[in-house]
Structures are given as structure tokens and as C-alpha cells.
Design a protein around this ligand. Structure first.
Ligand SMILES: Cc1cc2nc3c(=O)[nH]c(=O)nc-3n(C[C@H](O)[C@H](O)[C@H](O)COP(=O)(O)OP(=O)(O)OC[C@H]3O[C@@H](n4cnc5c(N)ncnc54)[C@H](O)[C@@H]3O)c2cc1C
Length: 443
């Protein structure tokens, strides 16, 4: 039983580590000042802030719901299942925690302890000590490099081939960044905030949808092109062209890098480079439902296990969160290159993989209680093209480029634009508010 070392605790020297009514077309103005593309946390926050200041805003969303990557499903398992964001990170400063408490949601601190297994046995004290030592050594290497401004990949610094390396790689890479150790920058990693995590029993997506009640959004309206050649902006959408003075683009860098939204004339080269440089990681949930608490763990219990070393290949393993919210649901989350592999193989293969991992730890008896599973595929989702973004090695400077407007008419917002809370819902909201203030000042 221990805690993970966090980025900031390293510096502190602290040792170890639904559905709500949304729309009302009537109040979207015919000649808006601003068009907001995307109704995730960033677009919703920007919309509300601008409208509160009296600006005319049309917010369009390609899918048929708001929330984007923050969404809770209740239809698959009959209980809340966060298909995207689940952890309310940095709870001390996360406004969604306060909002939840004020609005009667059941939010609570995430237990940080975890069970550690080697095969089907609990790790011995000695094995656990070796894992903690390996984990600490890697965190310290990445943190030191990040702090020193070394914009390199962790793979450059961290020796592989050590007994617990694959698990450490999984926990700090795939499970946290959605990327393997060769695909993100130490400086970027270091720039991220962290702190205590909270859960919302009703689902983080449910909470976001509640927070966004009353914000008018044009659902089922996909933007295909932003034209900015004359004065102002025109956005071509699946439901016609809308013109305004400015536009806020909140779609992911994955969508932008993949050409899911076109710009005429083309955006400056540096901006286009930024879409590729602040690239999307992949992090997928594989959720397994059991009839009862067949794993015998406490609620929201993390389980880690020794993963076989596979040379320099991405670790083939999952981060387990058992008895999610006390619901007999268990998450087996995968990230990075291995998640990509599983996503290509499909949902059935992903579920088989997750069941196999649990079987190896808890025995085949778990099969008797198994009801069904579900696997997300955020990489194949063309409205996200990945899970969340981080800087490629050597590309940290592009974070700043992404935050710069183009022609004083096109602003980018969203999780990737947050300075310190990137890859989070709170960071997306913060970025939306930040950009809304700039747009208001510019107009
Ligand atoms: C599996 C997973 C787990 C995660 N876990 C956590 C977590 O535990 N905690 C946490 O805080 N964060 C987590 N995140 C990250 C978090 O969900 C995101 O950082 C955040 O929700 C992003 O918000 P956004 O507004 O920037 O983008 P989005 O939510 O992606 O919003 C952009 C919107 O634009 C829409 N769109 C795309 N293309 C178009 C178009 N052409 N026209 C119109 N609309 C378009 C999309 O449908 C989407 O609704 C997770 C994400 C995933 C995928």
C-alpha cells in the first residue's frame, strides 16, 4: 500500500506519491458576434462567459449531445459509466468539485492506495519495495529533466530492462499521458498540475452536463470550413454558413491535425505545426461488469501488477480500477501504442484482453460473475481523434503557439491550450474562459 509520487510532491520533497435540457434554438442570434465550434467543457465555458457579457454567440456541436470527452453513459450498464473523463483532478483547485458540492452531487476523495500483484499473488514487501524504488527513480529522472527545461522524451533518460520497468512505464506513460515514454516531453509533463483526485458518483459527465444546463447549443451541426479571407469569419457547417466577427475553435488538436476542420486561407505554418506537435495521446477504458464484488476489493481500489518486459515495445498491460463507485464495475484502462493495437483489434478483443488480465490475478472464478464489457475507441472517434494532447519531445514551445489567435479572428481553446491543467476537463473550461476574455477585449 502506497501512494504515487506526484510531480509537485517531488518538488516539495514529499517522498512517495444524464441528460439535462440543453438547447433552445430561438436564442442563438442570427448575426452573432462569435461562433464557438464544439460544445465540450471549453466551448461551453466560453459560450456562457461571452453571453453573460452581452455578446451574440452561436455555438455549434457536431454530435447530438454536449460535453464532448466528458460524458456519462447510463444505458450500457444501468449505472453511471464515464466513457471519457472520470477523475476530478487537482481537486483543491478544480471548480467542478465546488460546483458538485453546491449542487448536491456525491463527490468524494479518490483512495490513492493500490494492491500490487506478481502473477496471482500479492507482491511481497520486498517486491513492493523494488517497485517503489523503480517508480521513484523514474519520476525523479523525468521531473529533474522537466524542471531543467530538457525537452526530451523520458525514453532518453530512463533505463529499460529493469524488472518493474514495464509497470512504471505503463503507470507514468500510457495510464497518465496516453502515450509511451518515447512520445511525450519531460518539460511538458513537468508543466502539468496535479493534486488530490476526486470522484463524482453520478459520473463526471453527468456533472458537466448539469453545469452546462441552459447553454444554447446547435447540436448535430458540424463545421467543415472556417473562411477568414475578408473581414470577419464565415463557418461552413452541415446546416449552412454562419458569419460572425470572430470564432473560437475548441475541437481537439487531433481533429485539427487530421484536417477534420479546414481553413481558407490556410492557417500559418506555425499554427499547423502546433496541431501536430501537441499531439493526441490515446487512452481507452475497458469496463467489465460483474454480478458481485468477485474481486473482493474495496470500492474504487487501484490494482497494479507486474507486467512482462517486452524489449522496447509499449507495455502490454492495463491500469485497473476495481469496484468503481461501489458498483461491481471494473475498469481496465489502456493507453499509448498498446491501446492503439487493441483499438484496431476491436471491442471484443479488448474485453477479452481485460478479462484475461483479471483471470491471471484473481483466477478463472471471475468468469462466473462476468456479465458484460464495453471498450471505448477514442482514437477512431472522428470528433476527437484521440483522448487528450501533450507535447511531442522537443515540441513544448508549440503549446504557446496554440494559444495565439490567427488574424485576431480565430482563437483556439480546449484542454490542449491550458497552461497547467491540460488533458483535463477543468483545464478545458479554464481555457474557454481565458479565450472568452481575450475575444471580448478584442471585439
Ligand atoms: C478516455 C478519457 C479519459 C479521460 N480522463 C480524464 C479524467 O479522468 N479527468 C479529466 O479531467 N479529464 C480526462 N480526460 C480528458 C478530458 O475529457 C478532456 O480534456 C476534456 O473533456 C476536453 O474538453 P474540450 O472542450 O477541450 O474538448 P472536447 O470535449 O473534445 O470538445 C470539443 C467538441 O467539439 C466537437 N467537434 C469536433 N469536431 C467538430 C466539428 N467539425 N464541428 C462541430 N463540433 C465538432 C466534439 O464533438 C466535441 O464535443 C479524459 C479523456 C478521455 C478520452
Amino acid at each position: 500500500m502506497t501512494r504515487h509520487i506526484s510531480r509537485r510532491s517531488f518538488i516539495a520533497g514529499a517522498g512517495a506519491t444524464a441528460a439535462f435540457p440543453v438547447r433552445g434554438r430561438a436564442s442563438s442570434p442570427a448575426n452573432p458576434d462569435v461562433i464557438v465550434i464544439g460544445a465540450g467543457a471549453a466551448g461551453l465555458a466560453a459560450t456562457r462567459a461571452l453571453r453573460a457579457r452581452g455578446l451574440g454567440v452561436v455555438t455549434i456541436e457536431a454530435s447530438n449531445r454536449i460535453g464532448g470527452r466528458a460524458h456519462t453513459d447510463t444505458s450500457i450498464f444501468g449505472v453511471p459509466y464515464d466513457v471519457g473523463a472520470h477523475w476530478l483532478h487537482s481537486a483543491e483547485e478544480n471548480p467542478f468539485v465546488e460546483y458538485a458540492e453546491e449542487n448536491g452531487f456525491d463527490v468524494y476523495e479518490a483512495p490513492e492506495e493500490f494492491d500490487l500483484y506478481v502473477g496471482n499473488k500479492r507482491a511481497t514487501e520486498e517486491q513492493a519495495e523494488r517497485y517503489y524504488a523503480a517508480y521513484e527513480a523514474v519520476v525523479h529522472s523525468i521531473a529533474r529533466a522537466g524542471q531543467a527545461g530538457r525537452d526530451v522524451a523520458p525514453s532518453v533518460l530512463v533505463p529499460d530492462g529493469l524488472e518493474w520497468h514495464a509497470l512504471v512505464h505503463l503507470v507514468l506513460g500510457a495510464y497518465s499521458m496516453g502515450k509511451d515514454f518515447d512520445a511525450f516531453s519531460c518539460v511538458d509533463w513537468w508543466s502539468g498540475n496535479d493534486g488530490t483526485d476526486f470522484y463524482c458518483r453520478e459520473g463526471f459527465g453527468t456533472l458537466v452536463a448539469h453545469w452546462a444546463r441552459g447553454i444554447d447549443v446547435e447540436l448535430g451541426t458540424r463545421a467543415s470550413r472556417v473562411v477568414w479571407d475578408g473581414n470577419g469569419i464565415s463557418v461552413e457547417t452541415s446546416k449552412g454558413t454562419i458569419s460572425a466577427k470572430a470564432c473560437i475553435v475548441t475541437v481537439s488538436t487531433g481533429v485539427l491535425a487530421g484536417g477534420g476542420l479546414q481553413f481558407t486561407p490556410a492557417l500559418p505554418l506555425a499554427t499547423r505545426e502546433a496541431f501536430n506537435s501537441i499531439s493526441m495521446g490515446l487512452y481507452n477504458h475497458i469496463m467489465l461488469q460483474f454480478a458481485d464484488n468477485v474481486l473482493g476489493t474495496s470500492d474504487d481500489r487501484y490494482v497494479h501488477y507486474l507486467i512482462d518486459l517486452q524489449g522496447d515495445k509499449p507495455p502490454r498491460g492495463a491500469g485497473l480500477l476495481t469496484n468503481v463507485g461501489g458498483s461491481a464495475l471494473t475498469l481496465a484502462d489502456v493507453g499509448g501504442g498498446f491501446a492503439r493495437e487493441l483499438e484496431t483489434e476491436g471491442a471484443a478483443a479488448s474485453i477479452d484482453f481485460a478479462r484475461g488480465e483479471l483471470r491471471r490475478i484473481y483466477g478463472s472464478g471471475i468468469d462466473r460473475s462476468f456479465i458484460k464489457g464495453h471498450a471505448t475507441a477514442w482514437g477512431r472517434n472522428r470528433l476527437t481523434a484521440g483522448s487528450y494532447a501533450s507535447a511531442e519531445p522537443g515540441a513544448f514551445a508549440y503549446r504557446k503557439v496554440l494559444r495565439q489567435p490567427v488574424g485576431e479572428r480565430i482563437w483556439f481553446a480546449g484542454e490542449a491550450c491550458s497552461r497547467h491543467n491540460w488533458a483535463t476537463v477543468a483545464g478545458a473550461r479554464e481555457s474557454g474562459l481565458d479565450v472568452a476574455a481575450k475575444v471580448r477585449a478584442a471585439l
